[in-house]
Every structure is written in C-alpha cells, then in structure tokens.
Write a protein that binds this ligand. Sequence first.
Ligand code: G3H
Ligand code: 13P
Ligand code: ZN
Length: 328
Amino acid sequence: ALITLRQLLDHAAEHGYGVPAFNINNMEQGLAIMKAAEKCDAPVIMQASRGARSYAGDIMLRHMIQALSEMFPKIPLCMHQDHGNNEATCLSAIKHGFTSVMMDGSLKEDMKTPADWDYNVAITKAVADMAHWVGASVEGELGVLGNLETGEAAKEDGSGAEGKLSKEQLLTDPDEAAEFVKLTKVDALAIACGTSHGAYKFSQKPTGETLAISQIEKIHAKIPNVHLVMHGSSSVPQYLQDLINESGGEMPQTYGVPVEEIERGIKSGVRKVNIDTDNRMALTGQFRKVAKDKPTEFDPRKFMIPAMEEMTKLCLDRFERFGTAGNA
Ligand code: G3H
Ligand code: 13P
Ligand code: ZN
C-alpha cells in the first residue's frame, strides 16, 4: 500500500531504524527493490529525480508505482520526489501520485547556485503548506552537499552546487536547523555533513574530518524529534568498482560513505538514507560482465536479470544493516 514519508519515518523513529531511499528510473530498478523488500519484510522509499521523471515519463512512473504496490501488496511503499527545485515540480509530482516531495531550497531553481536563508525558508514553507493540505509529506534541505576538504561538489556524475563552498555552508548548523523546521514545518530535514552525490565523494577512506557524523549527533541533540535525511549515502563498494573495472570499465579508485558510518548516523536520528550511485554501479557492473563474458549475447533480458539480482543483493544488505528489515 502507498504511504507517506511522515507515516513511515514516524514508525522508523519509534523503533530506531533507518530507511534507504532508492532512486528509480525504470521497471527493473523498481522490481529489484521490491524483491529485496519482500525477502526481508521491509518498508520501501522509492524516489524519482526530475531526470527520472523526464526519462520514464510521469504517466509511466505513476502506473509503475501502482503496479509495484499491487504486485507486492504487503510492502508499505512511499513514492517521493527527489530534489524538487520549485513549487511546480513538487505539486506536479503530488498530482501524479507521489506521496512525498523534497523541496530542495538549499540551492536556487537551477540546482547549482547556493540559495540564501530567506529564499530557502519561503519556498520550503510554501510547498509544505500546499503539500500538507492534500496529505503529502515534505522534506527540506538546509546546508549544501559537498567535500569538506576541497569545498567542491563531487567532480564527475554528481549533480550539485557550483563554485567553492565555505565550511559553514557544508555543515548544517544545529540552531539554524531547529529554526528552519519550526518556520517551514517540514516532515524531514536533509542535512549536510560532508557527503556529496555521485561516485567520487572522497579520495581516501573518510575520516572524522571529511565525514562529520558528529555534526549529525549535534543536530540530533538539538532537535531529537526531527527526522534527518542523509543524501549522498552510497558506499561505492570496492567489489562493485572491481566488477566494473574487471569487465572493461575505467572508473578511477574512489571512496564512498562506509555503511558503519551510516549506522552511526541512524543511531543519531537519520531516518532516510538516499542511495542511487551504488545501485547504478550494481546494474552497470553486471551489464559489463555479461557483455564481456558472452560477446554473442543480444537478448537484453540476459543482461537485465543478473543486473537486477546484483541490485537486489545490495538493497537487501542495506535493509538489513539499517534495521529496516522486519518492519513492513
Ligand atoms: O540526486 C541525485 C540522484 O542521484 C539523481 O540523479 O538527477 O541523474 O537522476 P539524476
Ligand atoms: P548517491 O549519489 O550517494 O547515491 O546519493 C543519492 C542521493 O542523495 C539522491 O538524492
Ligand atoms: Zn540527494
């Protein structure tokens, strides 16, 4: 059944677990996630970016979500807009059956220029008011995602801010977080703690200097009842880098967010954990492997089936480690 983000995260907070929010663009990703959820009895957050909506089409996504919830009737399913950039994106998502939207006012509409406090509060509050009238949930964001050492967003494949960012922008301030939630009435708050989108987050295994889980702890101490969201939470596992590179890929060595750091975040109020890159790598790794091992193969299903299995395995691992398993 379809549920809202608020319903799901309230349950997660009460029982002390986190919920991965997996991005989807197509049927195979939807099926892979639901199969993992069914295996371990986990509730699901699926999210579509603006790019996903234009790739698959709103009507396709709407019916796909409907189909997935019919096929897996026991799994609670929240359908969420990832990184909405204005009121129109958020409201049109709700019209197309999304039960939750992110209004990302940490960046201006172009999703590149860091926005100021007044802009972020005004646009997030406007979306929260409207969404709440029709029973949808809203996630806001305070702070800009990016690398704490270089002050830059991830270099390749990661959408995000342009230009150098200051440490103040890159780490969400606990007092401001409290004020922001009070003014906007968002159901969940995305915070910045050194993660960034895409595969190239850290040039070595992150330390307390580059990945500030301690900042999440400070925010949680200030606003213990607010559901926190961690973006850029792919772990970019070595086995998937190896799978891709052993099959003809050329991804430079990189480091993501270790799962144990996410587990630490969940102990401090992180309830929604955004993951896209890891699943992209799981799929692409198997596409490449099939292409390399079976050069005569041309039935796309022979590529898709192992790819879906690799993605299901990754999703299942996150459901189990975040404590989502058993809570459907
Ligand atoms: O926020 C970034 C997500 O990974 C979605 O990426 O805009 O390429 O669909 P996308
Ligand atoms: P990753 O690129 O780390 O998977 O982050 C995804 C994300 O934050 C989507 O909003
Ligand atoms: Zn994100």
